[in-house]
Design a protein around this ligand. Structure first.
Ligand code: PA5
Length: 430
């Protein structure tokens, strides 16, 4: 299960503030359910779970299995919502070093020439047995026109066409049903295509082929991921209170003057999930001068960089901890005869116990320092729990942003940098 703990946040709220926020979130949830709020045409991420498409899951699984059999490298080419969800799940579930299956590499998520140059150089180096690396690429872009992704795709597609006799086999595209430059390229080259439905925005698309194909190629069970989300969907339709209390707590803290939500975890494998959440929350709530800035922190590493700021800086911050309750490493500290490093007091303790105390101690200190803290607990870190978590975050932010009277599903502000960049680059018509 996914559990929300608000006991270190509620004491910071004025009497009645939570109850008022809960009532607001109830109304907002009804708008989500009845499609009567802002952007009702963008609620496909819920419909997807109410009518699971097993045939699509099977098709993705089959293709992923054949890619896994052949590929040494699988490139996920996309930016923002087109890659962060896949990366979050893959990072959470894959071993830190030397996993099985193809190496997953990301591209098209920035415009660095040196990154692409080095990537192409490295892809071109043969394997130890002298044969060429088998490289597959999934380019993901709903609009099919995003500059970062399109530029990387142009370079990598050329490399694939120059390298393989059957380049078509190596390129899979995920985009909208029609329109956009990517669809033209697909049509003229006959690449395999998955469709991202029009009613699902990029950052809400992880449970579509956008996220599912890369996750399946990485060797993870997309059925458990998807059906974890389906379970969370069904449960919250019946009993939304816990989720609404989370959204309401965040809302009440925002209304009390909090300007930043620091998303922190002591589990490095959840760094990607924090990054996905950061984008989901940031792009959904940062509108018309409203919203909390989502900040991503990796503890305990960042306690040694910005810990001072969290503890004693300006008191306009709240903190959201992502916690895994299960011990997955079973690594213990052994006693040494000579306690030269002074660590024998920890002997017999697991790293999980030590990390848990570090989390609890940090939360205690931050609460004492005036930072309201919410903790979101995963019983376990597996596909099912990640699926549940993804849906709960999507629903929580939709409900919360409705309470701000904004549209959670658009991102008009993202166009501003593009406009200026295109003008500076001399793009025709810009
Ligand atoms: O959440 C979103 O909609 C955005 O982050 C997009 O995913 C991102 O801008 C990439 O867009 P596209 O998929 O059209 O290339």
């Amino acid at each position: 299960m996914i559990r929300f703990n608000h006991e270190h946040a509620h004491p910071f709220l004025e009497a009645g503030a939570l109850e008022k926020a809960v009532a607001q979130t109830r109304d907002a949830f009804a708008k989500v359910q009845n499609k009567t709020g802002h952007g009702p045409e963008w609620l496909g991420w819920r419909d997807l779970l109410s009518k699971p498409n097993d045939a699509l899951l099977n098709e993705i699984d089959r293709l992923a299995a054949s890619i896994r059999e052949d590929a040494d490298v699988f490139i996920v080419c996309g930016i923002g919502g087109s890659y962060l969800g896949a990366r979050a799940v893959i990072d959470a579930l894959s071993p830190f070093f030397a996993g099985k299956g193809p190496e997953i590499i990301y591209a098209g998520h920035q415009i660095s020439g040196s990154y692409l140059r080095d990537l192409v150089k490295w892809l071109s180096i043969p394997k130890e047995d002298g044969s060429a690396k088998q490289v597959y690429m999934n380019v993901i872009s709903k609009s099919g026109t995003t500059t970062e992704t399109a530029l990387a795709f142009r370079i990598l597609r050329k490399w694939i066409h120059d390298t393989y006799e059957e380049p078509k086999k190596h390129i899979i595209c995920t985009t909208s049903a029609e329109g956009g430059a990517l669809n033209k390229i697909i049509d003229s080259n006959g690449y395999k295509k998955f469709v991202l439905p029009d009613d699902i925005g990029g950052r809400f698309s992880v449970l579509t082929p956008v996220g599912l194909l890369p996750v399946a190629v990485a060797g993870h069970d997309i059925r458990n991921l998807f059906y974890g989300a389906v379970s969370a969907y069904r449960e919250t339709e019946e009993q939304p209170e816990k989720l609404l209390t989370y959204a309401a707590t965040r809302l009440a803290l925002y209304k009390s003057g909090k300007a930043m939500d620091m998303i922190a975890s002591f589990e490095p494998e959840l760094g990607g999930m924090g990054g996905w959440m950061q984008q989901l929350f940031g792009e959904s709530e940062g509108k018309n001068g409203k919203g909390m800035f989502p900040v991503l922190l990796g503890y305990s590493t960042d306690l040694h960089s910005v810990g001072q700021m969290v503890q004693e800086g300006k008191r306009n911050v709240m903190e959201t901890f992502l916690v895994v309750d299960q011990d997955r490493a079973s690594l213990k500290v052994e006693a040494e005869t000579e306690d030269t490093d002074g660590l024998n007091y920890l002997s017999g303790k697991s790293f999980h116990e030590i990390n848990t105390k570090a989390f609890q101690g940090t939360r205690e200190a931050h609460v004492e320092g005036g930072v309201p803290c919410i903790s979101i607990h995963f019983d376990k870190l597996d596909e099912e729990h990640l699926g549940r978590f993804i849906y709960l975050c999507e629903l929580a932010i939709a409900v919360y942003v409705y309470c701000l009277d904004e549209n959670p599903f658009d991102q008009p502000g993202v166009e501003a940098y593009k406009k200026a960049m295109f003008r500076l680059l001399g793009k025709p018509g810009a």
